[in-house]
Design a protein around this ligand. Structure first.
Ligand code: ATP
Ligand code: MG
Length: 199
């Protein structure tokens, strides 16, 4: 079974220093008082998986994800880093997959695989976002390609946020079907059919 084994956050939202959160196979519950940072852990996960919209991580702008105490104390460039470690255990590529994983991508037999994202914010407020797989720099597209092999989609429903359930209940049957198709992995074939028809 593939599962998230650890999330390590540095200067991310309410996490001032570096915090390592071990997660268990199957089921982990995070409890704590209101405002103590539980949802920020999920935001950190989405951040590392390459979610582009800061709103999806409940921040107006990406630089707002950097711990504010740390950012206000620094006069130079600040950065936040989140690393997610997946335990791959007996993961195997899908039978129909033809692409070989790249060097830092998923390979059968790998026990662990890490993805990380770093956001650097300069004193003038400009920022850059960089990604790495197994510690080696990669593009966002390369990261998404590898994540999709695990059926992980930052914009998908691997993470169900507050309000999502209400949205799903109140959406039209057609829109709800679209979500099920995405989760079942059927939608990617529909997209390929549409692409082929367009050619
Ligand atoms: P609830 O039980 O109400 O859902 P929670 O444990 O999920 O609470 P979060 O939403 O994860 O809480 O955390 C909210 C806290 O994170 C707020 O106190 C907010 O000030 C703090 N926070 C958010 N962004 C930053 C930041 N950039 N720097 C410092 N603190 C931040
Ligand atoms: Mg919360």
């Amino acid at each position: 079974m593939v599962y998230i084994k650890q999330i390590e956050l540095s200067h991310f939202k309410s996490f001032g220093g570096t915090t390592s959160l071990p997660l268990l196979p199957e089921f982990t519950v995070v409890t704590g008082p209101n405002g103590s940072g539980k949802s920020n852990i999920l935001d950190a996960l989405l951040f590392a998986l390459g979610l582009s919209s800061s709103k999806g991580m409940r921040a107006d702008r990406l630089p707002d994800l950097v711990n504010s105490t740390y950012a206000s104390r620094s006069r130079s460039t600040v950065e936040t880093l989140v690393t997610v470690t997946f335990a791959l255990d007996d993961w195997q590529p899908e039978a129909e997959e033809t692409e070989e994983g790249e060097g830092t991508g998923l390979q059968p037999g790998m026990a662990e695989w890490t993805v990380s994202r770093k956001l650097r914010v300069t004193p003038s407020g400009t920022y850059t976002s960089t990604y790495a797989m197994n510690g080696e720099a990669c593009t966002l597209q390369q990261l998404h390609e590898q994540l999709s092999r695990l059926r992980i989609y930052p914009e998908g429903y691997n993470v169900v946020l507050q309000g999502d359930v209400t949205n799903i209940i109140s959406m039209s049957p057609r829109d709800r079907r679209q979500i099920i198709d995405e989760l079942a992995g059927v939608a990617q074939f529909d997209r390929k059919i549409e692409q082929a028809k367009g050619k």
